[in-house]
Structure formats: structure tokens, C-alpha cells
Design a protein around this ligand. Structure first.
Ligand code: SF4
Length: 362
């Protein structure tokens, strides 16, 4: 994080967030859920039927219609569309199943609907033999469910693989020429903040093309749900998860690794307390994290200004303004109280860099 730029006695300060390294051209991802397909068992936190709102059934016959519906009948630029198989352990499925899904996807590539395929899978399912099964096909990107690089945490989460499996998996994927994403979690059983940060550092050292960060929720029907009911597991609060996620985001951003998602995709199932029993869920979780990053940055800037008893003006790029304000102006209220300000005015600067915030005495 760049220190605030301020001259002695100055009435203004600029603070830079680490520039978001997210690629400017993100692919359009068409998700196809295969709940628990290929899973050797249920990990402690997981119940994909609830998370995805879909029961497992063969998607192959419906794939063309599903893709056409998602893309509104109109392929944008197929090169930028990826069909994504999520919700299970793709490479844990039998060979004939993997190949029939990829053959159906290959037809969609030929017809100009999609450009490539991605899937999520466990690290211990990524071996040379399975990579040969998919070689030469439409798969471009593999998302590895690493979750943690702390073996004690992996064991408590019932993952059944080790941190070393993830290191080996990423190496094999790289060697085979795939783009690699890593999924990591916070708030897992037995995981404190230090463990989460150390894991993030070890994931970053593997130089993935991108990461996703998911807070651990208590999902009905998951093994963790009974631990929660017995008082053995306590999930992170929403505030703690937002702060933890902001720390991880900064770590990855400093190492130029895009964080492409924070928090599970919002869904009716996750909004329903009967399905999500507890845990840090918010439909705009990523927005909360960016608001936290802005609040921390603004607090650092305000500490450098003689702002007490004064009003200030905060200037930011239009895309940053709602994050500067925070949900329901929470950041403005918190900063006003903390620094004894008489008011905060917000200005938009469409010409300034998106990662820069400026505070001036008003
Ligand atoms: S976390 Fe992944 S491997 Fe574990 S049960 Fe869920 S889908 Fe299967």
C-alpha cells in the first residue's frame, strides 16, 4: 500500500489503493452446475444442492439450450465466452463422463457459441493421467479448490487432501499449459487469521492467474451444520469476514494476482435462513470488502490532515464512489465520528485513476 502523499502543512492528501490487477477483458462465464459430481465425500462446509439451488442431473442434452438462454440467443464474441462446470469435482468423475461433457462443449465451440471451457476440481484429482484425458480439448482454465495451505485446517474441514497436493496440482496444470485459478476460504474450522494469511501467501507464491475468496458459511445439510448446532463450530461474523477478506485482497493485489470473486454468488437459497444457517453471507459481499479497503485508506489519509472540527471533500473516480460511501453511507458516518469532522462532501473525478482517493480540507 502506497503511503499517503502529503506535503508539510498541506490541506490535501492522496491515497492509493493497490491497483486492482483484474484483467480488463473478463470472459463471460456460462455456469453449469454438477452438484457433487466426482466428489469422493462431503467436505465439512459443503452442500452444493443448497448452494447452487440445483439437484444433480445430466446437463449434456440441455447444454445448447442452456448456453443460448444465458447468452440471450446472441453469442457476443465466442472467443470471450467460457462454459464453466462448477459445483463438483470435475476430474473426479469417471473418464466417460468427463469426455461426454467435454465433447458436448466442443460442439458448442464448433458452432461458435463459446470459446473455451473451465471447471473446478480438487487438487488431489489432478494427475497426469486425467490431464491426458482432457488434453487437446476445449479446456483452457482449471480452478483448483485449494481452500487452505494449512494441513491442520484442511483436515478439520474434512478436505482429505494436503497443501502439498495443491502445490503438485498447480505445477502439473502449468506444465500442461492451462490457466490456473485457486479457490481459497476464510473462517474454516480451526483456521485463525494468521493461518488464513499464511495460506494466502503460499497460494500467491504459486502464481495463479486469479483467485477467488469464499467465506465459510454454515449450510443446511453439511457436516458443519451439525457441528454448529452442537456449538462446536462458530462462523466468522460478517464484519470479521469483510476485514479478513480485505487483508487477503491486499496481499494478492500487491503480488499482482487478480481476485475475481469475493463471497458466494447471491442466490435465493443463500438468502434463506433455512438453507444458510449461519455465517458471513451478504449479497454484495465484494462491495463490502472494497468499502472496507476505502475506509481504511481514507482513515490513513485523514490521520495526516488537521481535519478535526473541519469539513473535508473526498474525490474519487465515479466507479469508486459507492465504495467510498460504504453501504448506507456507513464509511462517511464512521469517518465523521472518528475524526470529529463537521461534514464530508464527495466529488467525482472521471479523469483520475480508479485506485486513487483524494482528501482535501473543504
Ligand atoms: S467442496 Fe468441492 S470436493 Fe468438497 S464436497 Fe464440495 S464440491 Fe465436493
Amino acid at each position: 500500500m502506497t503511503p499517503p502523499m502529503v506535503a508539510p502543512g498541506a490541506a490535501a492528501v492522496s491515497i492509493d489503493l493497490p491497483p486492482n490487477p483484474a484483467p480488463t477483458r473478463r470472459p463471460t462465464i456460462v455456469p453449469v452446475f454438477l452438484p457433487h459430481a466426482g466428489c469422493p465425500h462431503r467436505c465439512a462446509f459443503c452442500n452444493q444442492e443448497t448452494i447452487t439451488g440445483q439437484a444433480g442431473r445430466d446437463p449434456v442434452p440441455d447444454l445448447p439450450a442452456l448456453v443460448a438462454r444465458f447468452l440471450h440467443q446472441q453469442p457476443p464474441s465466442p472467443r470471450h465466452v467460457e462454459l464453466a462446470f462448477y459445483g463438483g469435482n470435475f476430474l473426479g468423475q469417471p473418464r466417460h463422463r468427463i469426455q461426454s461433457l467435454l465433447a458436448a462443449a466442443q460442439d458448442l465451440v464448433r458452432q461458435g457459441w463459446i470459446g473455451s471451457v473451465r471447471f473446478s476440481t480438487r487438487p488431489d484429482s489432478i494427475d497426469d493421467q486425467r490431464l491426458q484425458w482432457i488434453a487437446g480439448g476445449p479446456v483452457r482454465t482449471v480452478e483448483v479448490g485449494g481452500q487452505s495451505m494449512d494441513d491442520a485446517v484442511l483436515s478439520a474441514a474434512g478436505r482429505g487432501h494436503s497443501a502439498r497436493d495443491t502445490v503438485l496440482a498447480v505445477g502439473r496444470l502449468r506444465q500442461a499449459g492451462f490457466r490456473v485459478g485457486i479457490q481459497t476460504m476464510i473462517g474454516l474450522p480451526g483456521q485463525d487469521e494468521r493461518s488464513a494469511l499464511l495460506s494466502a501467501g503460499r497460494f500467491a507464491a504459486l502464481k495463479p492467474d486469479f483467485v477467488r475468496i469464499y467465506p465459510c458459511l454454515v449450510i443446511a445439510g453439511s457436516p458443519l451444520a451439525s457441528a454448529y448446532r452442537r456449538g462446536i463450530f462458530k462462523p466468522l461474523s460478517l464484519d470479521a469476514a469483510v476485514v479478513a477478506c480485505a487483508r487477503l485482497w491486499r496481499l494478492f493485489a500487491r503480488r499482482h494476482i487478480p481476485v475475481i470473486r469475493m463471497g458466494l454468488q447471491a442466490s435465493a437459497e443463500l438468502s434463506d435462513n433455512a438453507h444458510r444457517l449461519a455465517g458471513p453471507y451478504h449479497p454484495a459481499f465484494g462491495h463490502l470488502v472494497f468499502s472496507e479497503l476505502c475506509r481504511e485508506a481514507l482513515a490513513r489519509g485523514l490521520r495526516r490532515l488537521p481535519a478535526a472540527g473541519r469539513a473535508v471533500r473526498i474525490t474519487a473516480h465515479p466507479r469508486r464512489l459507492s465504495q467510498v460511501r460504504g453501504l448506507a453511507n456507513a464509511n462517511l458516518i464512521a469517518l465523521t465520528n472518528r475524526f470529529a469532522l463537521t461534514g464530508i462532501r464527495i466529488s467525482s473525478d472521471p479523469d483520475g485513476p480508479c485506485h486513487r482517493l483524494r482528501i482535501a480540507l473543504d
